[in-house]
Ligand binder design. Structure first.
Ligand code: ADP
Ligand code: ASP
Ligand code: MG
Length: 433
């Protein structure tokens, strides 16, 4: 029998996969099978883990209760602890199966990040010590989401950040693949928990996945995709919930590959993938809408609104400036993350006289629905199909924004599920029974 070449693999397990001793045991089985390799060639395996499902929310709540205006550095100390627990537990479980394994906390590797707490970016990972232990056959278990800043404080990388930890580690150690194990078996045409007829994609391009993630498909954190694209990390999304994981065949584990456009073209040529105008649909309920009424319609007015928001690192997404009213006034509408709404409102109120608006109206009951696909680059009509399909169901569009491969609309939050379903059908994405 041919001996397969040993590989260096990063495996990442999300919160649902790590929720409790039984599930961690199942994960340990998958890790063990990968480490054992095929044909006698043992693989080098580094595992990145999330906190148990619900744990990060619980820890964030403790911070809110302790001090609503929490110090971000101490917040990070608290919320990073969930991953410390699961990394230790997985190492223990692997040891109980007879494997050599140890945990490597963010500051031990170290995973160096920028100073910015709660949304830190990875700057550099140099892991000569960890790499040495991998080469010697020890499994490295790394808590995702956490790093260490220049001044030695714990940092975290934003919600869903363990995906980014996994890709960053894979890039740093030159891994052959980075496998993201989660509670669905791949990337679908839309969230399979909303649309039962969603189809699993064999492959999706980095560019499309990046756009899908940034407009709400939380299956991968946006930054993990951009990092993988930049560093050329081979990324795959698959399920950790396969029956009898230790004996699962490669086909059982087959999920979705994130590929370059060239690879996608080759897959289409070979008939492995169909070229679609729209690849996927995503929704995002985390934004809030702000309307400033009767803003003076003159040069500089809009700059006065958005400069303070930018200075406060508040991301403004969709912007519409309505047609000017008669008296040289106009309404300006835009969206910000709900989490930043109170801060944004306070900053604008402070500058009421400078900006010269009449009222601030806010609305958190909104959702952004986006259709994404590289096919849009060369085909017209994607947006009009969207507007027609929504209007046929009486769904009102409050704002629109587009990019080269995406069209987004803002609608009433109560209509989210209906809109996603209607669009999924309109673009011919429904799975055939
Ligand atoms: P993990 O804890 O493993 O990181 P997440 O909850 O962050 O998992 O991401 C997985 C979830 O992403 C799925 O349970 C699914 O509901 C959601 N999701 C949203 N859009 C998609 C999509 N297009 N394809 C697959 N899953 C999606
Ligand atoms: N535990 C963190 C979160 O819930 C990070 C992650 O799971 O990726 O956001
Ligand atoms: Mg996640």
């Amino acid at each position: 029998m041919a001996t397969d070449k040993p590989q260096r693999i990063v495996m990442k397990f999300g919160g649902t996969s790590m929720a409790g001793t039984e599930r961690i045991r199942r994960v340990a089985g998958l890790v063990r099978a990968q480490a054992a390799g095929k044909g006698g060639a043992r693989n080098e395996v580094a595992v990145v883990v999330s906190a148990m499902a619900g744990e990060t929310d619980r820890l964030i709540n403790f911070c809110r209760e302790a001090n609503p205006l929490h110090d971000p550095a101490e917040y990070d100390v608290v919320v990073a602890s969930g991953e410390q627990v699961t990394s230790g537990l997985l190492a223990l479980t692997l040891q109980s199966l007879g494997e050599r394994a140890r945990s490597w906390l963010g500051w031990q590797i170290p995973v160096r990040t920028v100073q910015s707490h709660a949304k830190a970016r990875v700057e550099a990972i140099e892991a000569p010590e960890m790499l040495e232990t991998l080469k010697q056959g020890e499994i490295a278990v790394i808590p995702g989401f956490q790093g260490v800043s220049q001044d030695g404080r714990v940092t975290t990388m934003g919600r869903g950040g363990s995906d980014t930890s996994a890709v960053a580690v894979a890039a740093a150690i030159g891994a052959d693949r980075c496998d993201i194990y989660t509670d669905v078996d791949g990337v679908y045409t839309t969230d399979p928990r909303i649309v039962a007829k969603a189809r699993k994609l064999k492959a999706v391009t980095y560019e499309e996945m990046l756009e899908l993630a940034s407009v709400g498909a939380k299956v991968l954190q946006t930054r993990s995709v951009s990092l993988a694209m930049k560093a050329g990390v081979r990324l795959q999304v698959l399920s950790s919930f396969v029956e009898d994981s230790a004996n699962a065949s490669a086909d059982d584990l087959l999920g979705t590959l994130i590929v370059s456009e060239e690879e996608m073209d080759q897959m289409v040529e070979k008939g492995l993938m169909e070229r679609q105008l729209v690849t996927g649909i995503a929704h995002d309920k985390t934004e809030a809408k702000v309307i400033l009424t009767r803003v003076p319609d003159k040069p500089g007015a809009v700059a006065h609104i958005f400069e303070p928001l930018a200075d406060a690192s508040i991301n403004v997404d969709m912007i519409i400036q309505n047609v000017g009213r008669d008296k040289g006034e106009t309404d300006v509408t835009f969206t910000v993350p709900q989490a930043d709404l109170a801060r944004a409102q306070a900053l604008l109120e402070d500058r009421r006289d400078l900006i010269g608006f009449n009222r601030i109206i806010t609305d958190s009951q909104i959702a952004k629905i986006s259709v994404v696909g590289v096919g849009m680059k060369s085909h017209a009509g994607v947006a009009s199909t969207m507007f027609r399909a929504l209007s046929d169901r009486g769904i009102n569009i409050q704002a629109i924004s587009t990019s080269e491969i995406k069209v987004s609309v803002l609608i009433d939050e109560d209509e989210t599920e209906l809109a996603v379903r209607v669009l999924h059908t309109a673009y011919g994405l429904d799975a055939v029974e």
